[in-house]
Design a protein. Structure first.
Lengths: 196, 183
């Protein structure tokens, strides 16, 4: 029961914040990905940095349970799947979470995204045995690894560097990048004045 | 108008932190599989079945990892599934509180209109196709923007960096090709 209450509270908070940062608005996603407005990218970088600093800082102070970490396996399909997701994300302007939030906030095109997503997930469920057999899902570089070795974690480190310090430092780097990123990279085309 | 990036980014980071502090890192795309499983089990009751040790499925993907997904399909009132339903609730309330959006924007967002016009059919076809590719890719990768990119990089997971590299390597060029006109 407690876990359901936490799911309701944290889930609703996540949905509301995604709406407020503009992540469920395809126009903001598009402007970030075509590099004409990086404010959302700055938010995302700051979020990763903030989360990282709080989590690893909390672990070092003994306030955050290291056992709550959940690290996914690294394999070649992660990169390939990332390319597919990136392509669809740019086309639709939605990813799985923001698509759900957008549909709930009244966007009808997001309902079609969710429908397509259910078919896409079902297609993967049916083709999973061939991916499994292909070797694309075989772990690389140790599989479930963090960049450093986090004390007390059930995951190995890619390096023997202290993982909590690495996390704290990378978190700080993400925050610095968030502030350093310009608001836009691609400038609008200069409007050509017709010759007199 | 969205929150300014500093307030928004900090709040977003706080939510990701609270999730890992209280329960576990945030992830979303698995729940599309769980919903598919729930729908599939309605059509074909043999899809997910109970065993002595837990649950299994005639679908190899639902049956993997000792029927972890099959178990969630059989018990939809679990943390991860309710979490995604709650996200919808949060998005709905947040949009209500800031006054909703106009009818045109509800079907075809501004940047898409500026580049491809007002056709709802074209927009719906594009988002359907996009959704298919996104979720197929997310399941192949084992996670999406939330689970791999945000939660993963936050934990310094190697897989999160690999995923983000692939996602942006595709998303930026595709977006540059598609959206040349500004909204």
């Amino acid at each position: 029961m407690m876990s359901i209450i936490l799911a309701l509270v944290i889930g609703a908070g996540f949905g509301a914040v995604l709406d407020r940062v503009g992540a469920s608005n395809p126009t903001y996603i598009g402007k970030m990905l075509n590099l004409t407005n990086l404010n959302l990218a700055k938010s995302i970088m700051l979020a990763i940095g903030t989360g990282s600093v709080l989590m690893f800082g909390g672990q070092m102070l003994g306030l955050v349970d290291v056992g709550h970490m959940s690290v996914k396996t690294a394999y070649f399909g992660v990169f390939l799947g990332g390319i597919m997701l990136g392509t669809g994300w740019a086309l639709a302007g939605y990813c799985p979470g923001t698509g759900v939030v957008a549909a709930a906030s009244g966007r009808k095109d997001a309902l079609f995204f969710i429908a397509g997503g259910l078919f896409g997930a079902a297609a993967y469920m049916l083709t999973y045995p061939s991916w499994k057999a292909s070797g694309f899902l075989d772990a690389v570089a140790g599989g479930k690894v963090t960049l450093g070795t986090v004390p007390g974690a059930k995951y190995d480190g890619l390096t023997t560097l202290p993982g909590d310090l690495v996390g704290l430092l990378l978190g700080a780097v993400f925050i610095v990048i968030a502030f350093a990123l310009p608001e836009r990279i691609i400038r609008p085309e200069p409007t050509v004045e017709p010759a007199e | 108008m969205p929150l300014n990036w500093k307030a928004g980014g900090f709040l977003l980071g706080l939510v990701f932190f609270l999730a890992v502090l209280l329960v576990k890192p945030i992830g979303v795309s698995t729940q599309f599989v769980i919903l598919d499983g729930i729908l599939g089990d309605v059509v074909n009751a043999e899809l997910v079945t109970q065993t002595d040790e837990g649950y299994t499925s005639t679908n190899a993907y639902l049956a993997k990892s000792n029927g972890k997904y099959a178990k969630s399909v059989a018990n939809p009132l679990n943390y991860s599934f309710v979490f995604v339903l709650a996200m919808a609730l949060g998005g709905f309330v947040s949009m209500r509180l800031r006054g909703g959006m106009d009818a045109v924007e509800r079907s075809v967002p501004a940047l898409w209109r500026a580049n491809f016009g007002n056709s709802q059919l074209l927009r719906y076809a594009a988002t359907f196709l996009g959704g298919f590719i996104v979720l197929y890719g997310a399941r192949l990768a084992g996670g999406c923007t939330s689970g791999h990119m945000m939660s993963g990089m936050m934990q310094t997971a190697l897989s999160g960096y690999i995923f983000a590299a692939g996602a942006f390597a595709a998303a930026v060029p595709v977006s540059l090709m598609l959206f040349k006109k500004e909204a």
